[in-house]
Design a protein around this ligand. Structure first.
Ligand code: ADP
Ligand code: UDP
Length: 237
């Protein structure tokens, strides 16, 4: 499948149209950004590792019955996906406290959350992705009632499937962000699931194996992503 024209270039991926109007190519770049694009760097190999980790996880989710946009890997840095009408909302589940919830609620990092908690954010860099609730989503018609229900259900189903997958690899799934989109009359999981968009800690030492290494200048970001890939059994060759 050949790329036609660039549709969109985001902070970490570029999106291309193809000859098939229902399919897009996602190109995972080495660009790494944090704090709404304020901090950026090129991290060699990150695009390739994320593309392959994402393919592995999306395939695993499909097998577990979660409908996703993922079609197939095309090359080291590219994957073919279904073209979605993206819903501009980020769905976040947290199993352990970290990141913005600690700042917003004044809670310490590393508290186990039982039950896990759920948050919606509006995808808008200029506004720094503000937290929103279901009433905002309905009033501003970003999504309908049924769509909200599907996004919540699928986001929690992903938690059950991926908590188990990562735990087998000796990794705790701390939190993650998902994006969904419309495909004909279905809601599918879109975008990516990689260490760029979730928090992953070593189950024994609680060492960070995700983008917090970049955010917090801990070093070894790509090495940590590769460690996650190797533990999951992702083929990086
Ligand atoms: P951002 O836009 O947040 O900077 P990226 O660099 O990852 O993020 O850009 C990828 C963009 O592609 C995002 O805006 C995402 O919502 C969008 N996207 C992801 N999957 C699909 C899809 N299947 N169809 C259409 N758009 C998609
Ligand atoms: N996240 C993301 N994109 C965003 C905001 C958050 O992928 O634009 C992910 C982030 O990596 C983490 C989870 O969502 O795994 C929760 O992020 P949080 O609200 O704690 O914000 P942060 O402090 O990471 O900016």
């Amino acid at each position: 499948m050949e790329t036609e024209q660039e549709l969109y270039s985001g902070k970490a991926k570029s999106v291309y149209t193809t000859a098939d109007p229902d399919k897009l190519i996602l190109h995972f770049r080495d660009d790494t950004s944090a704090f709404d694009g304020e901090k950026t760097e090129q991290l060699e190999r990150k695009g390739m590792v994320n593309n392959k980790v994402n393919a592995f996880i999306m395939t695993h989710l499909e097998r577990a019955g979660i409908p996703t946009h993922f079609e197939r890997l095309l090359s080291d840095n590219e994957s073919l996906v279904k073209r979605l009408d993206m819903i501009p909302i980020e769905c976040v589940v947290r199993n352990i406290t970290a990141g913005s919830i600690c700042r917003r609620l004044g809670v310490p990092e590393n508290m186990d959350l039982d039950p896990p908690t759920f948050e919606f954010f509006l995808k808008n860099d200029e506004l720094h992705d503000p937290m929103i609730n279901e009433y905002h989503i309905r009033s501003f018609k970003w999504a309908g009632d049924d769509e909200i229900a599907v996004m919540k259900r699928l986001t929690f189903e992903v938690n059950d499937v991926l908590k188990a997958l990562f735990l087998e690899a000796g990794i705790l799934l701390v939190d993650y962000k998902l994006e969904f989109g419309r495909y004909h009359d279905e809601i599918l999981l879109g975008d990516e699931f990689t260490p760029d968009g979730c928090r992953l800690w070593d189950a024994v030492t609680r060492e960070k194996l995700d983008k917090d290494r970049f955010r917090q200048d801990l070093g070894g970001t790509v090495e940590a992503y590769e460690e996650v890939a190797i533990r999951l059994g992702v083929d990086l060759s």
